[in-house]
Write a protein that binds this ligand. Sequence first.
Ligand code: ZN
Length: 416
Amino acid sequence: MTTKYEKLLPRFLGYVKENTRSDEDSTTVPSTSRQTVFLKKLEDELVNIGLENIRIHPVNSYLIAELPSNLDYDVPVLGLISHVDTADFNSENIQPKVVENYDGKSVIDLDDKGEFKLDPKEFSSLKKYAGQTLITTSGDTLLGSDDKSGVTEIITAMEYLVAHPEIKHGKIVIGLGPDEEIGTGADKFDVADFGADFAYTVDGGPVGQLEYETFSAAALKVKINGKDVHPGSAKGIMINALGVANDFQNALPDEEIPEKTAGRQGFYHLLSLNGTVDSAKMSYIIRDFEREGLNDRKAKVEEIVDQLNQKYGANTVEIDMKDQYYNMIDVIKDHMDVVKIAEQAMKNLNIEPDEAPVRGGTDGSKISFMGLPTPNLFAGGENMHGRYEYVAVESMEAAVDVILEIVKLNNERKNN
Ligand SMILES: [Zn+2]
């Protein structure tokens, strides 16, 4: 194992043991006080490292800090963003396990009883990690590499720059935020206060991932008002809300669902359906890479609602449809230099950039639309959001290398 960033591994192991699960049902910011506890510990650590202007934003709870420039000319200010919360999976008493010099073919036992295993036959990604040091769970929790890896990498890069003042860099600002996993953390992101000219979220999968295209997204709630009467005398009167719900679902294109789509195809996804004869509720998410495609899908929904209301009577079907986020390419396309720097940084390090569009969203989607172009860089994790999550120390080191290389390349972008 290399020791270029010797505090990286102990730092990561310390972070993942902190329970920072977010809570979708909470209305506070952060959604859970345990995230605040962790943010305050990180704040102390940043003070010790020697960063400046460290503060927790009073509205959005991002922990923000600066590393001042040591150049004698101005370059664009680089922002680095990650999230401290972990996904909706058991996060009590996380006991990370370190597998040194993994051979790329053995089965790794997670728990002591042998119930949960990482088997390369099932998880073929393991084969890529021969000779590397893996961090896994102990079977009953997630690991929280998403996104403690990103937090670790950003802080390790800052610590490295502070310890190596001979390395020239412009001003860097970092933002470690809450509640990404429940989709709200970046809603109140304060671009002006953050003060970056370009940024990256460091949050995501294997080495090489560089993401600047995401879904455009809408959420749809459907309410169906039925008419419940005695079934014996229902003829011509009863409207069975469950039947109407069935009609609604069947009117959607049956090939355009998550389990039948991939790549750049969008979908309608029924998340929940519950009800009685009297009334029913359905919840959908709608996804498309093109804004026009998203609008077409929304128009299709409106058309179905009209048809059903004509058939069953006005207001039988009521909907609430809201856009959630948009494909960040709409913004990034005018700032492709931000992508190019990250690409070049990876190539300089012999890392092949993987620029496949994300079949999801990132905090960077929202932040980009607030005016700060923010693609996503890999943080290294595999099998995120559950007990099979793991990350290689070497992947995290590569992420730190990429950050430092971006810093170096940015020195050549002198402001006029
Ligand atoms: Zn994440």
